[in-house]
Write a protein that binds this ligand. Sequence first.
Ligand SMILES: C[S@@+](CC[C@H](N)C(=O)[O-])C[C@H]1O[C@@H](n2cnc3c(N)ncnc32)[C@H](O)[C@@H]1O
Length: 234
Amino acid sequence: MAHSGAEATSIAYKVFTFKDKKKKPEESLSVSIPEVLDPQYGMYVWPSAVVLAQYLWTYRDELRGKTVLELGAGVGLPGVVAASCGAAVILSDSSDKPSCLQNCRRSCDANGLQEVALVGLKWGEVSPDLVLLPRLDVILGSDVFYDPRDFEDVIVTVAFLLRKNPEAQFWTTYQLRSADWSIESLLHRWKLNCVEVELDQFDADGCNLAGSTLPGKHSIQMMIITQTTESGHS
Ligand SMILES: C[S@@+](CC[C@H](N)C(=O)[O-])C[C@H]1O[C@@H](n2cnc3c(N)ncnc32)[C@H](O)[C@@H]1O
């Protein structure tokens, strides 16, 4: 792919190739993700994003036709993979970070995904854009639990969306940065249920994933969060 002009000096494209050696070796997916040299976190692919993207690739048959929203998408690798697998995707990042939303658009353009919608959503804010979202099946969040000051805002947004979409699930991956950080009490407060997904269930337990060394030796975990029902279960 040719990229010209000033952009070429500041944007680097990372390619991720997902394969399915065990079940369907004939199938693979390559996506190209632009990263901009910029101090903002949302301009890079984070290790958790590769793990979440691998989960989406593994369960791609279930994604077709589903409506998927990614929160704090940054460069949007998981959302791009979901859209490439046939989901109707909405990528979001904070409404006060227009350059992240611009990078989301670049990611979509780089993969011929013009139909992906973009929306500014700031965690913890019940904005008109949040309220006006269509019915959702899956909400994605990779490395959105990276600053404990934001944990409750993320959970509030997720709880709001799951109340509006009681059948939906929040699929999230995060990097363990401190043993002291926990969202358990927040999940309880906002009446949410959480199930951990082991990475070896979807071949994401290695240091290399999708041709990338990003996961490396980071400790990454995955959870599926749903609404707690009256009986206390999801
Ligand atoms: C650590 S980065 C992860 C980016 C991407 N999900 C990934 O895993 O590669 C955190 C992301 O959350 C976004 N973010 C930070 N604060 C936010 C907020 N208050 N509301 C919405 N998004 C926010 C950042 O712009 C950034 O894209």
